[in-house]
Write a protein that binds this ligand. Structure first.
Ligand code: ADP
Ligand code: GLC
Length: 461
């Protein structure tokens, strides 16, 4: 049994903007199931209703914060919330406020202090992204939990937490370069072991093209950098168990999928046309997600090909405007639902025939793995975790689970969508493709064992 402190800035079902929240829930839950003493730490954001979640106050005398405790749903894994209203009682998880670096510096410090008060000496501090990346340095400086090891998992190298030097004074001036402090870089230097969320991304981030200025450092530490693909929580994300979709179904009987599609088209006032596939997308609207390819290729593809599109997402204004205008042009065929809506995300997975993820880069990506289980053929670009989880379908052999395109170009996307639409008309091939996808198993059990193996490796060093 290992004692693990797991720190993250997002956690399903309490606070989520993307995949990190799902990982921070499912991985610790699985580690708990495997018998480890894992405890999760997150900030108590203003958007978290602690009364509704039944979070109780833990009686400890801490500096500048209170501690509240809950559990991860469907588990006994404790979740500790750092309750510091002056930093976290804001609606948004991430802000552009001046004190943004101090919010997460405070979080890192508070978790270390909380572990002391709880008489919980972690053997491993498992850190996730820049918001938690100062912990290794803080531990070293304060000479606390001497025998504990640190693992820093990179979920997205593009977000590094780069701030001007006033925060450097708070953590030690030596950590700043040219008046700049970089939280992630500091973590990548000081953590005992590094990981990221797919084997392919672990390679990609060592290249100048995808290293975001940190590739040299990552190359230097390549022997201490591991790529472990994320898993899927199939209790939440499978069509046979999903409580958020109108009709449940299994690979043996896909009638429910058809009913979900009909119901969604009706709900969104889209045309109900025989044999016309529904293409789904659920995403943060940021350049990472390959939206520029859609801006370039979609208007023409919609005029030429026969498909319906539903997109759920929110993010950068130019993309929101593009999709809004596309919807105006094609009110019967395009629905852009602007916002964050978890039940709708599930419904789209269940209702769509194809799921589009043309990412520029993708550390792991969860939706393509969800899509496979829902019998919704993923159309992905061959990058990061997408490359590791989807294999191009070959009608000649009947092998493969989706459509994979290589080059980040509008032509690449045109080819991929064209190929998918053609396959869709070839019913036997399509059925095979769907069945192959639904048979895939990306459950967390296996992936969590891979984490346990690296925790143990750390403790042996
Ligand atoms: P990323 O973490 O880069 O955003 P992932 O594919 O790893 O990408 O995870 C995205 C997660 O966030 C998925 O669970 C997806 O369903 C969810 N999601 C993204 N955008 C929305 C949205 N607008 N509404 C509901 N869920 C969303
Ligand atoms: C990041 C990445 C995404 C990954 C998620 C969870 O948000 O963009 O690819 O799946 O983290 O690890």
């Amino acid at each position: 049994m290992l004692r693990i402190a797991f720190l993250a800035s997002e956690l399903t079902p309490f606070a989520k903007t993307g995949g990190l929240a799902d990982v921070a829930e499912a991985l610790p839950r699985t580690l708990g199931k495997l018998g480890h003493d894992v405890r999760v730490f997150v900030p108590l954001y203003g958007s978290i209703d602690f009364a509704a979640h039944g979070l109780e106050r833990v009686e400890v005398s801490t500096e500048g914060f209170a501690l509240r405790k809950g559990v991860l749903p469907r588990s006994r894994v404790p979740v500790y919330f750092i309750d510091a209203p002056r930093f976290f009682a804001r609606e948004a998880i991430y802000t552009n406020d001046e004190d943004e670096p101090f919010r997460f510096l405070f979080f890192c410090r508070a978790v270390i202090e909380a572990c002391q008060h709880l008489a919980f000496p972690p053997e491993v501090f498992h850190l996730n992204d820049w918001q938690t990346a100062l912990v290794p340095l803080l531990l070293k400086k304060a000479r606390l939990f001497d025998s504990a090891k640190t693992l820093l998992t990179i979920h997205n190298l593009a977000y590094q937490g780069v701030f001007s030097a006033d925060v450097a004074n708070a953590i030690g001036a030596r950590e700043s370069k040219d008046g700049i402090v970089n939280f992630l870089e500091t973590g990548l230097v000081h953590a005992d072991l590094l990981s990221t969320v797919s084997p392919t991304y672990a390679e990609e981030i060592q290249t100048p093209e995808q290293g975001y200025g940190l590739d040299a450092l990552l190359r230097r530490r390549r022997d201490e950098l591991v790529g472990i693909l994320n898993g899927v929580d199939y209790e939440t994300w499978s069509p046979a168990k999903d409580t958020l979709i109108p009709f449940r179904y299994t690979e043996k009987n896909l009638d429910g999928k058809e009913q979900n599609k009909k119901a969604l088209l009706k709900e969104l006032s889209l045309s109900q046309l025989e044999d016309v596939p529904l293409v789904g997308m659920v995403t943060r609207l940021s350049a990472q997600k390959g939206l520029d390819l859609l801006v370039e290729a979609l208007p023409e593809l919609l005029s030429r090909e026969s498909f319906t599109l539903v997109l759920l997402g929110t993010g950068e204004a130019p993309y929101e405007e593009f999709f809004a205008s596309l919807q105006e042009h094609y009110p019967d065929r395009v629905c852009f639902y602007r916002g964050f809506h978890n039940p709708l995300a599930h419904w789209i997975e269940a209702a769509a025939d194809m799921f589009l993820m043309p990412s520029r880069y993708e550390p792991c990506g969860l939706n393509q793995m969800y899509s496979l289980k829902y019998g919704t053929a993923p159309i992905v670009r061959k990058t990061g975790g997408l490359a590791d989880s989807v294999k191009l379908f070959d009608p000649a052999t009947g092998e493969g689970t989706g459509i994979v395109f290589e080059h980040f170009t509008a032509d690449g996307l045109r080819w991929a969508l064209g190929t998918a639409l053609e396959l869709y008309r070839d019913r036997p091939s399509w059925r095979r493709l769907v069945a192959n996808g639904m048979a895939q198993d990306f459950s967390w059990e296996r992936q969590a064992e891979a984490y346990v193996a690296i925790y143990r490796r750390l403790l042996q060093d």
